[in-house]
Ligand binder design. Structure first.
Ligand code: PEP
Length: 257
């Protein structure tokens, strides 16, 4: 079997300005240094607001931190008359490696459709950013269609015409578990992650599908991270609320299987 490096990603959402971001990353640097000789071989990334990225870049490059970062969204367009939008080229120019695409809050509050999300995934690929594609069902979807149907449909739509030779990360985030304190069970997460991987085989081919990291997101905290990471198809976590608390996020980063 392929070894997939565990991935712990912190989605700050609309929290922490650039000064707070600097303070946070400085503290996180200590935990990362610790994590290295103590524990896991996880890759860690943070997703700050756009206005923080330049500060995060400066710290990461000055202190040579092993910390990746990315945007929480990206424009489907490369440049031009799109007021308020951020090009993938700008993220790349700040050495961002990743970009979150299709977060349920974007789908819900900004009306992003599967077609919009597909266009953003393609834009990320054009700029050599790794999309962290979020999929997940609402409580209503879960009741009507079961857990996998909606995430699988979202995955198919989002990955139409993608370049299978480029890295993609998929985050399974049941909407009912986000910010609710009610995480999915590890078994639920595993079942959907496995269903997503089956579709990835079809869409990207066996090799790329086995190399693709599938994350779980939704009320992940220090107390439950290890139980998710023990599942064979769950390769990490996308963490919202708990990524803003330095002690909690440090403990998550240092998870022990
Ligand atoms: C998220 O919004 O991506 C998320 C997983 O949030 P939380 O961890 O707060 O549930």
């Amino acid at each position: 079997a392929v070894k997939r490096t565990p991935f712990i990603a912190g989605n700050w959402k609309m929290n922490l300005d650039h000064l707070q971001a600097i303070a946070f990353v400085q503290k996180l640097a200590w935990s990362l240094a610790d994590a290295k000789h103590d524990f896991a071989d996880a890759e860690v990334a943070v997703f700050p607001p756009f206005t923080d990225l330049r500060s995060v870049q400066t710290l990461v490059s000055a202190d040579k931190l092993e910390l990746a970062y990315g945007g929480q969204d990206v424009s489907a367009h490369d440049s031009g008359a799109y007021t308020g939008e951020i090009s993938g080229a700008f993220l790349k120019a700040l050495d961002a490696k990743y970009v979150i695409i299709g977060h349920s809050e974007r789908r819900q509050y900004h009306g992003e459709t599967d077609a919009d999300i597909n266009a953003k995934v393609l834009a990320a690929q054009r700029h050599d950013l790794v999309p962290v594609l979020c999929v997940g069902e609402t409580a209503e979807d879960l009741e009507k269609h079961g857990a996998s149907a909606v995430p699988v449909a979202q995955l198919r739509a989002a990955l139409e015409s993608v370049d299978a030779s480029k890295e993609i990360v998929v985050a399974y985030e049941p909407v009912w578990a986000i910010g609710s304190g009610q995480a999915a069970t590890p078994d639920q997460a595993q079942q959907v992650a496995a269903a997503l991987r089956t579709v990835l085989v079809e869409l990207l081919g066996e090799e790329a599908a086995q190399a693709t990291r599938v994350l779980y997101g939704g009320s992940v905290k220090a107390a439950n991270i290890a139980s998710f990471l023990r599942e064979p198809d769950v390769d990490g976590a996308l963490v919202g609320g708990a990524s803003l608390d330095i002690d909690e996020f440090s403990a998550i980063v240092r998870f022990k299987k």
